[in-house]
Write a protein that binds this ligand. Structure first.
Ligand code: NAP
Length: 334
């Protein structure tokens, strides 16, 4: 019988996850039923939102139970189809790939990856969830005006590297917050004017102020924590703060992070603070993907991937990304 090494959730982490939170089980080759696809996994995406799925805390989507097969974004080749809309040989992307070499997904969650000039794994980065997040969080939710200063945290990552470049393309003034000097150098290459290393900064509030001498008009916050406080304390009148992610809480996910109370600051600046969820923009995905692909083909979008090899590396790749050890979009190649 063909085997299919698959990652099962073994325990909920109480602090920063470790690879021991999963176990590698040998499962039989799955079969596609009606409305399902059997897919050979080519790429897996490990994303910060999965931290919320391996917790019993309430979130915007149901999490995994102990003993569940771990699932997340992936790109693969259809081997057998139980749906008339898909044929063997097609490349598909879905948010529900098992962490396993052969996986069964519901056809309703799959989209055909149209072969473009971009590599297929771009469907998991700049032409997929992170790229679309950057696009809508910046252009739609923040709605910036030309020349405004845009502070972006986790600026060299999957979302941040695209958000900074869209800001540059749109004539904005992007400023990065990153965790290493190498990441800051890369952000400058992408078109960020300047930035701050939050892991070495002795005074994040002062360093953000120095990097943004005219203040912060738009804050794309991917992290929460002390970076959030520094952005808020440098916010301009009528500033817009988009809460995209809270990765700084990955090691204390189940505990509330109150931080500074910004009520007075919000009153003084009349700022708008809005939570962001990509799913709310689904009807406009096609428009955004077309524009992102056009920028990519014109050489206006550059991206960096951090690729782990083999199904065995999936939990390790996820944890290193949560710790900030990734440099660019973290992927697993099978
Ligand atoms: N709301 C939505 O619909 C949506 C969709 C997609 C992504 N997101 C969110 O967007 C954010 C970025 O996601 P991504 O896929 O682009 O990840 P990423 O930036 O590629 O990787 C995560 C990065 O977070 C930074 N980080 C880790 N721990 C940190 C800490 N304690 N303080 C500050 N920064 C820390 C690290 O960068 P440094 O080394 O630079 O610190 C790390 O490289 C995440 O919060 C994610 O949940 C939200």
């Amino acid at each position: 019988m063909a085997t299919n090494p698959s990652w099962t959730l073994r325990s909920y982490p109480t602090a920063m996850p470790t690879p021991d939170n999963w176990a590698l089980d040998d499962r039989p080759m799955p079969e596609a039923g009606e409305g399902e696809l059997l897919v050979k996994t080519l790429w897996l995406s490990v994303d910060p939102y999965m931290r919320g799925r391996i917790s019993s805390a309430k979130s915007y989507a149901a999490g995994f139970k102990i003993g569940d097969l771990m699932r997340g974004g992936g790109v693969g080749e259809v081997i057998a189809s139980g749906s008339p809309e898909f044929q063997p040989g097609q490349i598909v992307v879905s948010d529900y790939f098992g962490w396993q070499p052969f996986t069964v997904i519901s056809a309703a969650t799959a989209k055909i990856v149209t072969i473009t000039d971009a590599p297929i794994q771009a469907a998991l980065s700049y032409l997929g969830m992170p790229g679309l997040t950057a696009y809508f969080a910046l252009l739609k939710t923040a709605a910036p005006k030309s020349g405004e200063t845009v502070l972006i945290s986790a600026a060299s990552g999957a979302v941040g590297q695209i958000a900074g470049q869209i800001a540059r393309i749109k004539g904005l003034d992007p400023v990065a917050v990153v965790g290493t000097d190498e990441k800051l150098a890369w952000c400058r290459e992408l078109g960020y004017r300047t930035g701050v290393n939050h892991r070495t900064s002795p005074d994040l509030i002062a360093d953000v102020a120095a990097a943004c001498p005219d203040g912060v008009d738009v804050f794309i916050d991917n992290t929460a924590g002390p970076i959030h406080d520094a952005g808020m304390l440098n916010l301009n009148t009528f500033g817009r703060v988009v809460i995209v992610g809270t990765i700084a809480l990955a090691d204390r996910f189940d505990h509330p992070d109150i931080g500074l109370r910004h009520l007075r600051r919000t009153l003084i600046t009349r700022a708008r603070i809005e939570g962001f969820l990509l799913d709310d923009h689904e009807r406009e995905y096609q428009t955004a993907t077309t524009e992102l692909l056009a920028w990519y083909k014109q050489g206006q979008l550059h991206t960096r991937e951090d690729v782990a090899e083999g199904i065995e590396s999936a939990p390790h790749a996820f944890v290193r990304m949560l710790k900030g050890e990734n440099f660019g979009k973290q992927l697993v190649k099978l």
